[in-house]
Design a protein around this ligand. Structure first.
Ligand code: FPP
Ligand code: K
Ligand code: ZN
Length: 505
């Protein structure tokens, strides 16, 4: 149980008066002599004195071990002030008190990182699965997304979701169309996004009744109708073709083990070998932009959400180390992805010159395990996981975890997770911030492909990453998420093995 030191109490009194606390800082015990990376001496005095209240730290570690990188100004700054740079500066100011562990009533560990408010986030997600207030009528067509976001978040937090199975099955049944796929609600036309979300939600609650509600033959027919000659998929009949479609279709086809043959009435049908996955990787290739990132469709702006869709889609088609370099300029993509992580914030933005946002913890953060797999290929059996992470990490896990736990949590009674401190929590951000946290806390290892069939290369496993300087407490580790399918790992395995034993319809 952390106790408040007399020093902390003294500092608290001072800072309430808005006075500097220089003298006390100088006398603060330096407990971080064994960890030179943690430059706690560098804590910005001005900053500390400007913030309301001191915080509670374990007495043996005061001041907390927070690297200078996550508290100071960015090392490189463009002197030209624009609307964009002003927004960016404002965002840093908004995040810094959270990163510097300066809030009263919040329980920080020795690294200045707050605990995960697990119970509050669980309560927030359970509430979001209930009756929603009137303004949510605008989100009516996104109900399947709400199911997925909440159920995925709950599972990652270790909450039991089986009690939702029967309701979800009946609700999904009412949203399914005879012509295949799921709409956003009863009577709504099928859409790839709502179908993807429904299939994932059903996978998460799991069990035969959830799997069997899906009309796989109709689903296959409908996907055939969405498949295009350019390799991509429309999001709905008459709708747009984009990289979300490529990813959602690849997920659905493989989770449900659908046949790949095209039905003769598909717009993409020809007498040759063209099937549901033909040309899909080529479609993804055409979405890489001059910046190195991936856009929603060819010749548009690169965005993190589309980068994840692109890599996820390719990873479904073949192992990353084989397929990524065949279809993408990986050095350029790495350069672009690396530019998405900011300091001092530690989290990711979605595109060039835009702001950090918790949801990119998944969309951008989730790209890293796939990129790492593409660079290093399958691991040999003897490889030590921790060593692997230390040597091969291409982003700062610490930065991301700090952003998530310091800035991404609503630590009031409301709970849930958010874009940034000035935004309110919602189910979407709770799901994707937690996904990103899970990915930062675990390590994915690809093994050599085994057996036959289009899923023979999905031979990865995900295990907890335990490091010497682990900035989060073990009790704050959440469950492993599948790096390709974005559902808890074991749910992905279960639905796949269920439908693998059921080829055809
Ligand atoms: C920009 O929003 C956001 C996009 C251009 C892409 C949004 C797409 C997704 C989040 C996910 C798609 C994936 C699937 C699987 C359907 P913004 O301008 O509000 O945010 P920004 O300033 O951070 O770019
Ligand atoms: K955003
Ligand atoms: Zn967001």
């Amino acid at each position: 149980m952390p106790i408040k030191t007399s020093l902390a109490r003294a500092r608290q009194r001072k800072s309430y008066k808005g006075k500097k606390t220089m003298a006390m800082r100088a006398s603060a015990p330096s407990t971080n002599t064994n960890s030179p990376n943690y430059a706690t001496d560098q804590v910005d005095e001005e900053l500390i004195s400007s913030m309301a209240g001191a915080s509670t730290f374990p007495s043996s570690h005061f001041p907390p071990m927070i690297p200078d990188l996550f508290i100071s100004d960015p090392p490189i700054r463009d002197a030209l002030a624009t609307d964009t740079s002003n927004l960016q500066d404002g965002t840093i100011d908004e995040c810094r008190p959270f990163l510097a562990a300066r809030f009263q009533g919040i329980d920080y560990n020795e690294y200045g990182v707050p605990h995960l408010d697990r119970e509050r986030h669980i309560r927030f997600l359970r509430k979001s699965l209930g009756r929603l207030p009137a303004p949510f009528v605008a989100a009516d067509a996104s109900r399947p997304w709400i199911f997925y976001w909440c159920l995925n978040g709950l599972s990652l937090l270790g909450a039991d979701v089986s009690s939702y199975r029967d309701d979800l099955v009946e609700t999904a049944r009412s949203m399914q169309n005879d012509t295949g796929g799921f709409g956003g609600g009863f009577g709504q036309r099928s859409h790839l996004a709502t179908t993807y979300a429904t299939v994932l939600a059903l996978s998460i609650v799991g069990g035969e009744s959830a799997y069997e509600v899906i009309d796989r033959r109709a689903m296959w027919k409908w996907l055939c109708a969405l498949k295009q000659r350019d390799g991509g998929f429309r999001m709905s009949i008459g709708g747009e073709v984009d990289v979300r479609g490529a990813y959602c279709a690849a997920v659905i086809i493989t989770l449900l083990n659908l046949p790949l043959d095209l039905s003769p009435d598909s717009p993409a049908w020809t007498a040759d070998e063209f099937d549901l996955l033909t040309g899909l990787a080529d479609y993804v290739r055409r979405c890489q932009t001059f910046e190195g990132g991936i856009s929603g469709k060819p010749d548009a702006e690169a965005h993190g959400a589309y980068a994840f869709c692109a890599l996820g889609c390719l990873a479904i088609l073949d192992a990353p180390h084989r397929i990524f370099p065949r279809y993408l300029d990986i050095p350029r993509l790495i350069s672009w992805l690396s530019s998405r992580q900011y300091a001092p914030e530690g989290g990711f933005c979605g595109r060039t010159n835009k702001l950090v946002d918790g949801c990119y913890s998944h969309w951008v953060g989730g790209c890293w395990p796939l990129i790492e797999a593409s660079i290093h290929g399958p691991l040999s059996e003897g490889d030590e996981v921790t060593t692997y992470a230390a040597v091969h990490d291409l982003y700062s896990r610490e930065g991301l975890i700090r952003y998530i736990l310091c800035c991404g949590q609503d630590q009031t009674k409301r709970g849930g997770m958010r874009d940034k401190p000035s935004r309110t929590s919602d189910a979407y951000h709770t799901c994707y911030v937690l996904s990103g946290l899970s990915s930062a806390q675990h390590i994915t290892r690809w093994h050599p492909s085994s057996g036959e069939g289009i899923m023979a290369h999905l031979t990865y496993d995900v295990s907890p990453l335990v490091e010497d300087h682990q900035i989060f407490d073990e009790e704050d580790r959440i469950n492993a998420t599948d790096p390709v399918y974005a559902i808890p790992e074991e749910n992905r395995r279960e639905i796949m093995s269920y439908f693998l034993s059921k080829p055809g319809f």
